[in-house]
Design a binder for this molecule. Sequence first.
Ligand SMILES: [Zn+2]
Length: 151
Amino acid sequence: MANKLQVEAIKTGTVIDHIPAGQGMKILKRMELIKLKEKITVGFNLPSKNLGMKDLIKVANLLFTEEEANQLALFAPGATINVIENYIIKDKFEMSLPDVVQAAFDCPNSNCISHSEPVQSYFTVKQKNNDIQLKCKYCEKSFSKSIVEDL
Ligand SMILES: [Zn+2]
């Protein structure tokens, strides 16, 4: 019952839980959740057994597509998505790093052909040492995840 304050029930929608603290704001911005005009409840720096602190985002009436969930996973791998229907958790899955990210952000290479062609950006994702690398399909350059995070 100690968690009750953190999670005000929503009838239908999506709860993104176990977001590493500090990433919640980025996700709000990145996914343009505010623009949906749906009720959004956020919690930042909530106590978490596993993470120490976590962020949490609840969006009413939103169900992520697989592609959106993939984009999300890039910024918060390990976060949990709870799909709520009629106040009940209908589906729950942990996000893992996607193989491919499409149309999530523009290629950081300003000379990349994807900027002048009517194409969606397309990156393959690779874990490399402690970093996550994104390789553009069009210019074949690789970028650290931290570069695209701040775009
Ligand atoms: Zn490129």
